[in-house]
Design a protein around this ligand. Structure first.
Ligand SMILES: Cc1ncc(C[n+]2csc(CCOP(=O)(O)OP(=O)(O)O)c2C)c(N)n1
Length: 598
């Protein structure tokens, strides 16, 4: 057994190539055992075992930096850099994160979670190191899915004209979460099948000898490589044209090819792109055969709510609406299954658009569709919508384009932690003029809100709803902008979204006012609040700029002098089970009870 709990990069460097190959197989088995217990991104990690072993063979962190794009494929890196013992705590409360975090380990150069940022971050680090006279390498590891995001191209464009020690490892597995989309995916496939690339050692050395100053040294190193490398001709592909040296395509499961290519890239001391191809889910047949489903798997002891999921209801209702109105289009940024749009994609393929991991583009694309009198519905996770603020303001709101946002994963999301919570969309959306925002508490309300947003509203309309299922049915009556549960108590709870269910458990202490349309704030909401001496606001979204603060400001402007207590998360909520997160934020029934009776 080569894998042990104290495994380190030094140990890996000391192994023979054959031992490293065996180690990869043991790591795979360990990943399957661990991640099927803890939950997490199994398929992506199985696909990058050899890559990460090769990276730690060639480079030495923390002096050299590795920036993982999205960061969901960094488990093996964690195992190798002192965290093998903690892998059983992956994604748990107080455990290690499912993403790289520099506050977790000095070997994690940069936070992961959101897509397409690695090249920009790595270039910034490389330029910073250059300013310090530091000659180490910076490696950005980015998948072909993440490469569909605009920021990746911004990074490449900026990096190509520099002389930084930046290496971009582009991992092509033809998959994002589902099948990768777009022209770039086709381009990569074309490079791979092209006969222009040749694999002789001589050609590699020839190219390397032309590299100024360090050319000779590189040539020598390349001579040592036992296996041949495939290298591109000068200026023969997009990356070369943009100022990168290109090495590839490399079999990403062939350790020797990988180590050779990375060694050469390291010696080049200038922007270099190493193109590798891998199999997502490699070595574990269920994940190989269905890498979409095994992209992210839940923990074995999952405490998820067992009711109909919001995203599923959303997907089905949208299909129903689309049958009646041919103008309705559905847009996703590489999250067809996560958002429940698989039903729509199947029934209306010509009106379904997967634009890649490109949320800002998706919003402007929707504005374009709306300009052609279509009704675009962009289904997007709240945390990924964060990067679309300007597109919402400039491209949608000013000209009042009728764009519908189906904002999924609103509220706490659990084990993914800080990077993925949907707690910023309310302040962001409600600062955009003329927008309408709904926050249904159950799936029937979701259906009603979606109908209004799609069929009745104009301008930008957002319906936000949480991950998973509803907590409790609540009032399933006809649509209403708000629901007022009046029992003649002296205290009033104001809330919205799924935690309404928790508030309704406290009706013996308080009256409850639930907003369904949470923005614009309705006059009736203010009028009802003004009747009470004690107001308790509970909001599953950041307090600053939230609806509670907005209502409180209006109440104070009306001369309200009673008690106002707002309970809403501040700062960043660490990873844990979602119920634990609600408990920590005092948004569970007990927490609310303490606050209203305290
Ligand atoms: C901005 C943003 N949008 C969506 C996601 C959700 N997401 C996580 S991984 C992933 C697919 C990444 O594909 P790729 O980069 O090819 O990596 P692979 O899993 O195939 O190794 C997506 C869409 C995200 N993390 N960030």
């Amino acid at each position: 057994m080569l894998l042990n709990k104290d495994i380190s990069a030094e140990y890996i460097k000391s192994l023979t190539p054959e031992q490293r190959r065996r180690l990869c197989a043991e790591i795979r088995a360990f990943l399957v055992r661990t991640v099927t217990e803890t939950g997490g991104h199994l398929a992506s990690n199985l696909g990058t075992v050899e890559l990460i072993v090769a990276l730690h063979t060639v480079f030495s962190t923390p002096e050299d930096k590795i920036v993982f794009d999205v960061g969901h494929q960094a488990y093996v890196h964690k195992i190798i850099t002192g965290r093998a013992r903690k892998m059983n705590t992956l994604r748990c409360e107080n455990g290690i994160s499912g993403f790289p975090r520099s506050d977790e380990s000095e070997h994690d150069a940069f936070l992961g979670g959101h897509s397409s940022i690695s090249i920009s971050a790595a270039l910034g680090i490389a330029e910073g190191m250059k300013l310090d006279g530091d000659d180490h390498s910076v490696v950005a590891v980015i998948g072909d899915g993440a490469f569909t995001g605009g920021e990746a191209y911004e990074g490449i464009n900026n990096a190509g004209k520099t002389d930084c020690n930046l290496i971009v490892v582009l991992n092509e597995n033809e998959m994002s979460i589902s099948k990768n989309t777009g022209a770039f995916a086709l381009y990569l496939a074309q490079i791979r099948s092209s006969q222009k690339y040749y694999r002789t050692k001589k050609s590699v050395e020839g190219i390397l000898e032309k590299t100024p100053v360090v050319g000779k040294t590189i040539g020598k190193a390349a001579q040592k490589t036992k296996k041949v490398l495939r290298a591109a001709l000068y200026n023969s592909n997009l990356f070369e044209n943009l100022g990168f040296k290109y090495l590839g395509p490399i079999d990403g499961h062939n350790l020797e090819e990988l180590t050779d290519a990375l060694t050469v890239a390291k010696l080049m001391k200038r922007p270099c792109l190493v193109h590798i191809y891998t199999k997502k889910g490699k070595g574990y047949p269920p994940a190989e055969n269905n890498s979409g489903e095994y992209h992210g798997i839940p923990p074995k002891n999952c405490t998820a709510v067992d009711s109909e999921h919001f995203n599923e209801r959303f997907g089905k209702v949208l299909c129903r609406l689309a049958r009646q109105d041919k103008r309705i289009c559905a847009v996703t940024a590489a999250m067809k299954y996560g958002t429940g749009l698989q039903f729509f994609a199947r029934e209306f393929p010509e009106r379904f658009f997967d634009v890649g991991i490109a949320e800002p583009h998706a919003v402007t694309f929707c504005a374009g569709l709306a300009a052609q009198d279509k009704i675009p519905v962009f289904a997007v996770y709240s945390s990924f919508l964060q990067r679309c603020y300007d597109q919402l303001i400039h491209d949608c709101a000013i000209e009042r384009r009728h764009v519908v946002l189906a904002v999924d994963r609103a509220g706490f999301v659990g084990e993914d932690g800080e990077t993925h919570h949907g707690v910023f969309d309310v302040p962001m959306l409600t600062s955009v003029p003329y927008i309408t925002v709904y926050s249904p508490s159950n799936t029937d309300e979701l259906e009603a809100c979606l109908k209004k947003a799609v069929c009745e509203d104009d301008g930008v309309s957002a319906v936000r709803y949480p991950r998973g299922g509803e907590f409790y049915g609540g009032d399933r009556a006809e649509y209403s902008d708000y629901r007022y549960y009046k029992n003649g108590r002296g205290k009033l709870i104001f809330t919205y979204g799924r935690i309404t269910a928790n508030a309704l458990m406290l009706r013996e202490y308080c009256d409850v006012l639930q907003a369904v349309k949470i923005f614009p704030i309705q006059r009736e909401i203010i009028d009802i609040c003004l009747k009470y001496d004690e107001l308790y606001f509970f909001e599953e979204g950041v307090q600053s700029g939230g609806v509670s603060e907005k209502i409180a400001a209006q109440l104070l402007a009306c001369g309200y002098r009673g008690k106002i207590k707002i309970t809403a998360p501040q700062g960043f909520m660490p990873q844990a089970d979602v119920f634990r997160q609600l408990e920590k934020a005092q948004l569970d029934v007990e927490g609310m009870r303490k606050i209203v009776s305290g």
